[in-house]
Design a protein around this ligand. Structure first.
Ligand code: NAD
Length: 388
């Protein structure tokens, strides 16, 4: 491992909002936060239900006095303790990102927040303002940006190995909402199909935001306008479960984005293809350690994580030797390790080291502008719509 927990500095004290019993992503954050020994989880408001929060805290060994009934009480109490939390992970449904994020930032606590940034664009803009005013670190967990091979792809595009970009194809396909599981007791599905909780985008906010973030992270392109056709195929569903989008980027590159949660056979089918004047790159999340590089007129090259042509930006986030599988949890942990580097730098009054990379509140705002434009376009018969 590139960081030895035995010699790492004192762990950063972490709190959590959400992630109680029965929740999905909270447990992934706890693993990611632990992997390098950079964080110690010491407090939480794990549920909106006080008893469930206490029971969830007890299950993972949190001091009962620090398993709070609500996040407001947690922010107040923790800000007053000498050993209070220094950072908080927010892993609640989308409509419950804004209020805790604002509260903890204003209490001087760094924020690690789930995507999409908020349920509403205006809340995202307000959060951007608060994050800038407080000077706290804001990390948005678009975890796929932590994969070594994705860092490799980004470095290759930036170095001009593909030439000026022309075409980007990105897709994120799943099948778990093929039937109306939201009416059959799926806790994860219930809030995701409710516009008051998920926001204006259904599949678009849930997984389209990951696809959009990945494409901008790798290509560095700026989206100018979209023509979107968002559909809800499952009867009675109020938010999109399948999305087709055409994309126009500043400078002339074009793209397509497909997000679907009703595509039988697809589990976490996030896939990116990028083509420039000199060559292309192809990557798929379910085989995350391999990247195809296709320089035009030459044989295809398979670049492997930790393999012969790996660039420094990919090497510094590579954990185990080439050929051993590395994936979702390690990529997530890399975002936490980057967060720790940024938090330590800010605490010590140093600039954040230039090689440290993580999605920020600005990336979250960009994705919210993308979702907003796509929803406006789709409700206007897929008319070309500029980002607001
Ligand atoms: P979930 O429904 O499984 O869990 C949500 C948790 O939040 C539950 O424990 C619930 O009790 C808790 N909660 C609700 N209201 C609360 C409140 N007021 N105070 C404290 N806790 C409260 O949802 P999930 O699937 O874990 O998704 C949570 C967030 O994570 C969403 O924003 C989602 O988009 C995001 N997510 C990201 C990824 C990723 O790959 N980065 C994957 C899945 C989910």
């Amino acid at each position: 491992l590139s960081t030895d927990p035995m010699t790492a500095p004192r762990p950063i004290r972490l709190g959590m909002v959400g992630g109680g019993q029965g929740a999905f992503i909270g447990a992934v954050h706890r693993i990611a936060a632990r992997l390098d020994g950079e964080f110690a989880l010491v407090a939480g408001a794990f549920s909106s239900d006080a008893e469930r929060s206490a029971a969830s805290g007890a299950e993972i060994g949190i001091d009962p006095a620090r398993a709070y009934a609500d996040f407001g009480a947690m922010a107040e109490a923790e800000a007053e303790r000498d050993d209070g939390i220094e950072a908080v992970a927010i892993v609640t449904p989308n409509h419950l990102h804004f209020s805790p994020a604002k509260t903890f930032l204003e209490s001087g606590i760094h924020v690690i927040c789930e995507k999409p940034l908020t349920a509403k664009l205006e809340d995202a803009l307000e959060l951007q303002r608060v994050a800038a005013a407080t000077g706290r670190v804001f990390v948005l967990t678009h975890n796929y940006t932590g994969y070594p091979v994705i860092r490799q792809a980004r470095a290759m595009v930036a170095a001009g190995e593909l030439g000026p970009l022309r075409v980007v194809q990105v897709e994120y396909a799943q099948d778990w909402l093929t039937e109306a599981v939201e009416t059959a007791g799926s806790k994860q599905a219930e809030w995701r199909v409710d516009p008051d909780k998920a926001g204006a985008g259904g599949a678009l906010g849930d997984i389209g935001s990951h696809a959009f973030n990945l494409l901008t992270f790798v290509t560095g392109l700026t989206l100018d306008s979209v023509a979107a056709d968002l559909s809800a195929f499952v009867p009675g569903r109020r938010l999109d479960d399948n999305d087709h989008l055409l994309l126009r980027f500043t400078g002339g590159a074009k793209g397509m984005l497909w997000a679907s949660q009703i595509a039988p056979g697809h589990e976490n089918g996030l896939r990116l293809r990028v083509y420039g004047e000199k060559g292309g790159l192809e990557w798929a999340q379910e085989n995350p350690n391999q990247l195809w590089f296709t320089p035009f007129g030459e044989p295809k090259r398979l670049i492997t994580r930790g393999g012969a042509t790996t660039v420094p930006a990919a090497q510094r986030v590579t954990r185990v030797p080439a050929g051993h599988p590395e994936g979702y949890l390690e990529g997530f942990a890399t975002i936490y390790r980057e967060a720790a580097s940024a938090i330590r730098a800010v605490a010590e009054g140093r600039p954040i080291p230039p090689d440290v990379m993580f999605p920020t509140v600005e990336d979250g705002v960009e994705a919210m502008r993308f979702i907003d434009a796509a929803v406006r376009s789709s409700s206007d018969d897929s008319r070309w719509t500029k980002l607001g």
